[in-house]
Design a protein around this ligand. Structure first.
Ligand SMILES: Nc1ncnc2c1ncn2[C@@H]1O[C@H](COP(=O)(O)OP(=O)(O)OP(=O)(O)O)[C@@H](O)[C@H]1O
Length: 252
């Protein structure tokens, strides 16, 4: 089954066409990164898939359901650039929040294999369960946000520049950790970034969008050895992908 399918999907804000005729099949388990010039509609595409905004025309489905059905069934989760944690709740309590909300609303949440505690361990925060967000670094807060996103066992993880505000070393570290999480959970990931190197390092495919109106410029297969290791960045193949994407970006 496809994690997400878009068929000639368009998004309009008033008279402005933000996305036009986007057609994509995103297979379950894939890791796609999304690149494109500022304002080309990268965030809009994630918001369309996650039922935050409607399609003006065309069709969008997530795991064979409408986006609304998929949202209600908690098939996907979103991670934003800002961790958006609740300041007064500990790391653990933040990760538990979606489960609490679900219980209050009487929503049936899939019994996860991993408890909130185990998820914090998975993202490397064992021992920091009781820390409040202001006691954690930016990278740690973002890891709490990722653990929280995983708590309902989403089959699709939508990530909008999750590491954009972090320093390069922290970002590199979290990139590796995210790849491990991806392998371990088998979730599909759609990951928006402004960094060509990050897009190539993480993605099995890079979706390049172009602007005015937002359309698919190209879907580039990234055929680098798996699992990705840091040293892949020093290879000629990696550099060649980066140059090719830089050229494509300049054409957009
Ligand atoms: N709620 C809205 N109302 C009106 N216009 C919007 C709205 N949201 C986005 N847009 C417009 O749609 C276009 C796409 O925006 P979007 O945020 O998806 O771009 P982006 O590729 O994610 O940009 P960036 O790389 O700068 O984050 C932009 O021109 C933006 O101004």
């Amino acid at each position: 089954m496809m994690a997400a399918t878009l068929k000639e999907a368009s998004v309009k804000f008033g008279n402005f066409t933000a996305l036009q005729d986007i057609s994509l099949d995103i297979p379950e388990g894939d890791f796609w990164t999304i690149l494109g010039p500022s304002g080309c509609g990268k965030s809009t595409m994630l918001r369309l898939v996650s039922d935050l905004i409607p399609a003006a025309s065309g069709e969008v489905s997530v795991l064979g359901k409408s986006t609304q059905e998929a949202r209600l069934a908690r098939e996907f989760a979103f991670v934003f650039q800002d961790a958006t944690l609740l300041n007064w709740r500990s790391a653990l309590k933040n990760v538990e929040l979606p489960l609490e909300i679900g219980r209050k609303r009487g929503i049936d949440i899939p019994k996860g294999n991993r408890t909130p505690r185990e998820l914090l361990k998975l993202v490397g925060l064992e021992g920091r369960e009781n820390a409040l967000p202001h006691e954690l670094s930016g990278g740690m807060r973002q890891r709490v946000a990722i653990a929280r996103a995983l708590v309902c066992q989403p089959k699709l993880l939508l990530m909008d520049e999750p590491f954009g505000a972090l320093d390069e070393m922290t970002r590199d570290h979290l990139n590796l950790q995210l790849l491990e999480i991806w392998k371990e959970t088998g979730t599909t990931i759609l990951f928006v970034t402004h960094s060509i190197a990050e897009a190539v390092f993480l993605g099995q495919k890079v979706l390049m969008l172009q602007a005015h109106p937002g359309r698919v410029k190209e879907l580039v297969d990234i055929d680098l050895p798996e699992p990705r290791a840091v040293k892949v960045r020093d290879t000629a193949q990696f550099t060649a992908y980066c140059s090719r994407l830089r050229e494509l970006l300049e054409e957009c």
